[in-house]
Design a protein around this ligand. Structure first.
Ligand SMILES: Nc1ncnc2c1ncn2[C@@H]1O[C@H](COP(=O)(O)OP(=O)(O)OP(=O)(O)O)[C@@H](O)[C@H]1O
Ligand SMILES: [Mg+2]
Length: 333
């Protein structure tokens, strides 16, 4: 700055050395804050004016014009730097906010997933609780039936708490608790939970489970969660078709080394162009839906080494299929 000042003062009016103050301002912008930068620009302007006053020779008019240009350049560069700085701060703030939102969103996703998955066992507990009350209110009370209802309540409550633990470990990327189990038995256990709902809305259910399945090798509770989600979606897809045409067919088969499970429904079906969105989180066509059922199901099935996909139904409706590894596969590996 001193060099510029000396040069500006000692050279003729026609030489606009003062514009080099812009270089000083530009290089100081990295270390100075807003106030410092404004003060520096003000000092540069004052020094330009002082140099003008003390410049001994040259054309006065050219000197005035040059001083004006230099001051304008100083003001402009300071203004542009401050504006760029403000834009950078705004971008940084927005990014920080976005990260906060993403964190809250993933927490919200976890909460939503747990709420969604635990809803089914909770509904089953309420149903069994009501049944238990009815058995006890009989005269004489039917203790045997009441006891059965209590057993169901206990097992559903156990399932609910296991589901919470599994969904939590799923979102943390923890591996599933894999083990051998009878696939058809696990399916029937879950289908039984939805049976009352199906009877209430007049849905016919056909189960065609292959009797020759090898044991599945996966996380039993998680596979039951997926079956529950698919059956629930099928029931919901039937809500807007006439009662006389409501039917669900559940099948299990062996394909290669894997078990393939399918839920066929005669519901509204899936419009073309929607298939690629079905398994996305928060994608829903339902007023009351959250859109997490299929996305959780896909995460679960893939974590267990299988695949899940949807196809148009036979005639009407939709088919959802998933594959699960078996012990055959496990032994080969
Ligand atoms: N059996 C089916 N027939 C037709 N459409 C279906 C079927 N299953 C799922 N879908 C479509 O896929 C969408 C996503 O399903 P998903 O289970 O992920 O969420 P949802 O059922 O809408 O809400 P929720 O989070 O409560 O399960 C549904 O909204 C529906 O449009
Ligand atoms: Mg669903």
């Amino acid at each position: 700055m001193a060099a510029i000042f000396v040069a500006d003062t000692t050279t003729r009016y026609e030489v606009a050395v003062a514009v080099f103050y812009t270089v000083v301002i530009f290089t100081s912008a990295r270390v100075l804050r807003r106030r410092g930068l404004i003060s520096l620009a003000a000092v540069c302007i004052v020094m330009t004016v002082i140099s003008f006053v003390f410049t001994p020779h040259g054309d006065l008019e050219a000197g005035l014009i040059n001083m004006g240009i230099s001051i304008a350049a100083i003001v402009m560069i300071a203004f542009l730097i401050l504006k760029a700085e403000a834009a950078r701060t705004a971008a940084h703030d927005a990014q920080a906010q976005l990260m906060r939102i993403a964190r809250v969103k993933s927490l919200e996703g976890l909460t939503t997933s747990i709420a969604h998955e635990v809803n089914q066992p909770l509904a089953a507990i309420v149903t069994s609780g009501n049944a238990c009350q009815r058995w006890l209110a009989q005269d004489p009370p039917n203790l045997h039936k009441a006891n059965q209802a209590l057993d169901r309540i206990l097992s559903d409550a156990g399932r609910a708490s296991t589901i919470i633990a599994r969904v939590r470990s799923l979102t943390k990327g923890a591996p599933p608790h894999k083990g051998e189990f009878d696939f058809n038995k696990a399916v029937l256990e879950i289908v039984a939970v939805s049976q009352t709902e199906m009877e209430r809305n007049g849905t016919r259910l056909a189960t065609e489970l292959s009797p020759d399945l090898p044991p599945a090798f996966a996380d039993r509770v998680q596979i039951q969660q997926v079956v529950g989600n698919l059956v629930l979606n099928a029931i919901e897809a039937l809500a807007s078709v006439p009662v006389s045409t409501r039917s669900i067919r559940i099948t299990s088969d062996i394909k290669g080394d894997a078990i393939v499970f399918a839920v066929f429904d005669s519901g509204v079906g899936i419009p073309a162009g929607v298939y690629e969105h079905l398994f996305e989180a928060f994608w829903t066509s339902k007023q009351e839906g959250i859109g997490v059922g299929l996305s959780i199901s896909r995460t679960i099935i893939e974590a267990n080494g299988g695949q899940i996909w949807a196809e148009p139904g036979e005639g009407a409706g939709a088919v959802f299929r998933f594959s699960v590894p078996t012990t055959l596969q496990e032994k080969r590996e």
